[in-house]
Write a protein that binds this ligand. Structure first.
Ligand SMILES: [Zn+2]
Length: 219
């Protein structure tokens, strides 16, 4: 089964990294990471989490954990800030990949970015490139997501809410699962159960004639 590294950026103790009214970025990052982890675990994915509440794990230790743990992909979760610690109008979601990214890394970014946009309905700031440590030093496809601006009053309200944190985490998990080719949910409609094969064949023929896709599963 796949191994995914879900990294909540920073820690409670990291200087700065707060909204103008004091919301800690890590509180968002951690909650979104946990929501993503829950979904991935349910789907049988192994999840590595290199962050800690009590200290800011050095970036090299974070990427070492992913590399040594042979993670298949890496997602670093953040909330954005613009212009220091002053409220302003800059808003939206952006996803980063390394300038020397692989095709797979781009594909991972597209999957996660689209899931985030669809779930949050926030403005699209695009997929960007940056030479961040966590993107450069990871041996697997890696992305860094910025799920909204702590320096925008409206987005800060969202980032501070349990609901938005869960929405972001679940969207990230959805993007990861889409990239891995694991279906997020599967709903099966059954149109009959027969003890005789010929009756099942007849039902399938009738369904197909009526325009439905149909198949026989025996158990
Ligand atoms: Zn950050």
């Amino acid at each position: 089964m796949p191994i995914v590294c879900i990294d909540a950026g920073h820690s409670y103790s990291t200087p700065g990294k707060r909204s103008p009214d004091g919301m800690n970025e890590y509180a968002f990052n951690k909650a979104a990471a946990l929501a993503a982890k829950k979904i991935l675990l349910k789907k049988g994915v192994t999840v590595l989490t290199p962050h800690r509440d009590d200290f800011d794990v050095p970036l090299s230790a974070r990427t070492d954990l992913a590399n040594d743990g042979r993670a298949d992909l890496y997602v670093s979760i953040h909330a954005n800030a613009f212009g220091g610690s002053i409220w302003n109008g800059v808003q939206g979601i952006e996803t980063y990949i390394h300038p020397l990214h692989s095709t797979e890394e781009k594909k991972l970014a597209q999957n996660i970015h689209q899931h985030l946009l669809k779930s949050t309905q926030r403005p699209d700031r695009g997929i960007k490139t940056a030479d961040f440590h966590v993107l450069r030093e990871t041996k697997m496809p890696s992305v860094l997501v910025e799920c909204g601006f702590m320096t925008n009053r409206q987005e800060k309200q969202l980032l501070a809410s349990e609901d938005y944190r869960k929405v972001c985490g679940e969207a990230i998990a959805g993007g990861v699962l889409a990239f891995l080719g694991v279906s997020e949910s599967l709903y099966v409609v059954q149109a009959g159960a027969f003890s005789k094969r010929e009756n099942a064949d007849q039902q399938v023929a009738a369904l197909k004639k009526a325009g439905f896709e149909a198949m026989i599963k025996s158990n």
